[in-house]
Design a protein around this ligand. Structure first.
Ligand SMILES: NC(=O)c1ccc[n+]([C@@H]2O[C@H](COP(=O)([O-])OP(=O)(O)OC[C@H]3O[C@@H](n4cnc5c(N)ncnc54)[C@H](OP(=O)(O)O)[C@@H]3O)[C@@H](O)[C@H]2O)c1
Length: 295
């Protein structure tokens, strides 16, 4: 057990943040929440306002807040997705830079940093790629530069598809799969990089507690799978057939650019940094991660 820390979480009301707050408290850390509406401290990104004293006594800031990605990408939605992440990260970074005792900044990012259609596997040394989400991730991470320049420890959790029945992609997939009308998406050959929610939470705990962690960390399970394999494994976990494929054309019509960069994306991300840190996944295999998420 490490020294108890005071951790400020943004987006603590969300899928990852709510689970992380529980896990950190269980490990003896003190958790404070920073929210637009319901936290211990507040901020207003439109006004560049962070409540005075928000970072007093804080050892680590875990920054998860951001406008949801899974929505139709109108021009306004894209602006919100980008601005909510960039403005918030800059505000926090500048506040961290001005502290005498600088908290570490552990910032969410996405595996989409590497792009959305990549035949070879990527790791933390790979360059950033194409697409709107890659652009968002670059700007999001770039907004942490004031914290980095000030010498604060900064971590970017480039997260894959988080598996939880409570929210995110899996929660959206469950109703049709439970009804037995689920199936592969497109030709099913696209690689999916995923992580069980409890492993993601442990990766964040590791980043909070371990001073040796900094820079980019791919928060994914060790083995990406194809959409076909994911589909079959989910059907098996639910005891349901998966014989109704969803054609790529339908996805593009229903979800536009968002569908192309998310459910149709072909992205195999490898967690080299977590492996080098000796991180132990509780559910490194998909069938166990899905069963864990569903039951
Ligand atoms: N879930 C995934 O599969 C996944 C994959 C890759 C990366 N990530 C990233 O990991 C982070 C956490 O994910 P999550 O699934 O826990 O997200 P989430 O459930 O959507 O929660 C995000 C939180 O951000 C705050 N928020 C929402 N819209 C905002 C806006 N326009 N401006 C400022 N704050 C806003 C909300 O907190 P308040 O209402 O309290 O302010 C919300 O609870 C996100 O940045 C996400 O992009 C998630």
């Amino acid at each position: 057990m490490t020294q108890p820390k005071t951790v400020l979480i943004t987006g603590a009301s969300g899928l990852v943040g709510s689970a992380l707050a529980v896990a950190l408290r269980q490990r003896g850390h003190s958790v404070r929440t920073l929210s637009r509406s319901s936290g211990d401290v507040s901020w207003d990104l439109d006004k560049d306002m962070l409540e005075a004293g928000a970072l007093d006594g804080v050892d680590s800031v875990v920054h998860l807040a951001g406008e949801p990605i899974a929505q139709r990408w109108t021009a306004e939605a894209k602006r919100q997705i980008l601005d909510s992440r960039v403005k918030s990260t800059r505000l926090l970074s500048e506040a961290i830079a001005s502290c005498d005792r600088k908290p570490s900044l552990i910032c969410a990012s996405g595996g989409n940093f590497y792009g959305y259609n990549i035949s070879e596997f990527v790791d933390e040394r790979s360059p950033s790629g194409d697409g709107f989400l890659a652009e968002v991730c670059r700007a999001w991470e770039g907004a942490a530069q004031p914290a980095i320049d000030s010498g604060a420890r900064t971590v970017f959790m480039r997260t894959g598809i988080v598996l939880s029945a409570k929210g995110g992609a899996l929660a959206k997939m469950l109703p049709p799969f439970k009804l037995g009308v689920g199936g592969r998406i497109g030709n099913g050959e696209q690689k999916m990089s995923w992580i069980g929610i409890s492993d993601l939470v442990q990766a964040y705990v590791c980043a909070v507690e371990n001073e040796a962690v900094s820079g980019a960390v791919n928060a994914v399970a060790p083995e990406p799978v194809t959409n076909e394999v994911f589909t079959k494994t989910l059907g098996k976990a639910l005891g349901r057939p998966t014989i109704f494929p969803l054609p790529a054309g339908v996805v593009k019509t229903l979800f536009g650019e968002m569908g192309k960069e998310t459910v149709l994306s072909d992205l195999g991300v490898l967690p080299k940094r977590l492996e080098a840190l000796g991180f132990e996944w509780k559910t490194p295999e998909l069938d166990a991660a899905l069963k864990n998420a569903i039951h």
